[in-house]
Design a protein around this ligand. Structure first.
Ligand SMILES: [Fe+2]
Ligand SMILES: [Fe+2]
Length: 360
């Protein structure tokens, strides 16, 4: 059964409140009484809610108009009916201007009061219906957004996988560095809400390599300076690609900065220190860690122990010393375990992250 409308009577005259209570009860609605404007406001402040308020204009302390003005500041959709003596008809006009819905003139006949209350109830129900409709609409939109997010995530994930497969000798580099970035970010005490951004930035970091021709990307020998120059465009390509997707804007900032060095000798912008987003400062360490510990045609993998030491030596030059401080506290076993755990089952990573982000 639908909830009955709740009505608040605000009046200092007992005879009147008794009469109105009787009428309202007869109509089948619930009602409460407040002896003055302050009592009325206190009820709302305590979180009580009434659909309709019958507000006497002539009251001691806070009069009806003042109470009405204050009630409006709560931003609630209350239907307010002023109760006025015939002599303060001017006040009723002011009240209507201030947002009251209707008024009753004392002395009144029961039937007059009933008619006004009935109309007020209809209005109040209409407001509720509109509100419910809007809320439902919001839920629908959110559901559709989630479907869209999932679709995007699938597409991006396929792109990442395609990239890793194309550069097959790096294996699942993108997935490994995502895991690694999360380990280091957590050690840094990064807030949960930012972890998802860092993880997605890590997963997508080299997405711009899609724009690098095969003969450069897949060249087994060392690249010439000219080829390197083309290769160095990949952070910017990735940025351009992700910037177009509204909910990946923050990740795009990590992607564009993932080859910047702490001392400003990196690329593409040669920014330095804290100018480089924290996510990128964290990421570049784990990217290097994975590159060093993975064999490629032009370089042999070294042990995690050696890699950690070499990275530590590049503190304040290539890497942020603060992040390095956290990095060297992580035992090498943790990295090895994470590396070994990358399996096919992990590949819903991006989708899960996007979902968790959307729900929060
Ligand atoms: Fe890169
Ligand atoms: Fe990388």
């Amino acid at each position: 059964m639908e909830d009955k409308e709740k009505i608040l009577i605000v009046d200092d005259e007992e005879i009147l409140t008794d009469l109105l209570t009787e009428i309202i009860a007869e109509m089948g609605y619930q009602c409460e009484i407040a002896r003055n404007g302050i009592e009325c406001l206190e009820k709302f402040e305590r979180g009580q809610y009434f659909d309709i308020v019958l507000l006497d204009i002539q009251m001691p302390m806070l009069n009806g108009i003042e109470t009405l003005t204050k009630l409006k500041t709560f931003g609630l959709d209350i239907t307010i009916i002023m109760v006025t003596a015939s002599r303060d008809f001017e006040d009723a006009k002011v009240a209507l201007k201030e947002g009251a819905y209707d008024y009753i003139v004392k002395p009144f006949k029961n039937i007059e009061v009933m008619t006004v209350i009935k109309r007020a109830v209809e209005r109040s129900r209409l407001i509720k219906e509109v509100k419910d409709y809007q809320e439902n609409l919001e839920k629908k939109v959110l559901k559709q957004t989630n479907q869209l997010v999932s679709l995007y995530a699938d597409t991006l994930e396929a792109m990442v996988l395609a990239l890793d497969l194309r550069e097959c000798e790096t294996g699942y580099h993108s997935y490994r560095v995502t895991k690694y970035a999360l380990i280091l970010a957590k050690k840094m005490g990064v807030a949960d809400s930012d972890l998802a951004v860092i993880a997605k930035g890590a997963l997508l970091h080299d997405i711009g390599k899609i724009g690098i021709p095969d003969n450069i990307l897949l060249k087994p020998e060392k690249l010439t300076e000219q080829e390197m120059e083309i290769m160095r465009r990949h952070p910017y390509y990735g940025y351009k690609l992700l910037k177009k997707i509204k909910f990946l804007e923050q990740e795009a900032e990590i992607v564009v900065s993932h080859h910047e060095n702490y001392d400003g000798t990196g690329y593409p912008e040669k920014i330095s220190g804290k100018e480089i987003p924290l996510g990128a400062r964290i990421f570049s360490i784990v990217d290097t860690l994975d590159a060093m510990t993975t064999s490629r045609s032009y370089s042999q993998a070294i042990s995690f122990e050696e890699a950690i030491e070499l990275i530590n030596q590049a503190s304040a030059r290539q890497f942020d010393p603060e992040v390095i401080k956290a990095f060297i506290k992580i035992p090498k076993e943790k990295w090895i375990k994470a590396r070994n755990s990358i399996e096919k089952a992990d590949f819903d990573y991006l989708k899960n992250l996007l979902y968790s982000l959307n729900e929060s």
